[in-house]
Write a protein that binds this ligand. Sequence first.
Ligand code: SF4
Ligand code: SF4
Length: 193
Amino acid sequence: MQALKYDNVFLPNMKPLKPSLEELPKLARDKSKESKQFFKMLKRRTPKNLDYIVSDLHDAEFEKTDCLSCANCCKTTSPMFTHVDIKRISKHLRMKEMQFIDKYLNNDEDDFMVLKEMPCAFLDSDNSCFIYDVRPKACSEYPHTNRRKFIQLTELTVNNTSVCPAAYNIVENLKETLLNKLDKKGKSQRKRS
Ligand code: SF4
Ligand code: SF4
């Protein structure tokens, strides 16, 4: 069982989040320009195996990240609800789709269906999700670092670094991994010339 957090009291088997939610916004802001430049460069020279590299970093990060000690995404940002999500969740809650929409959702400025209020109404006091098995697809994919065609999601990913400590670490580790590789490649080319 994963560790739980109550009112900032850490239970014995709980790993603290790194970076903490208090320091994350400033760290993400400080790194934002560098990350945007890095992804701009990556779009010009995308490694063929980029999705695999990011997916490995994602898996390694979530091995040590306990989302139940965080839930910052559920507290601060709304997922997008597709019609399929609405159908599935309202059926699970034994509500009519329109009733579900009226109670929980609004249209945002881009006309996507999003939560009326944050934190999410389905977030329980122990940071678990009441509707975990039927949650929106966007929730199950968050922070979108284990998706195909990651290169198309880099702007979203930089935005997510200020919300999600795991996304922040994945981006920092990706920069370190790829910039090291490019540096080694550059050195070996210089040796040959
Ligand atoms: S539906 Fe569940 S996983 Fe999605 S934001 Fe709400 S509490 Fe979090
Ligand atoms: S996905 Fe990120 S923001 Fe959401 S609970 Fe896990 S670590 Fe926190």
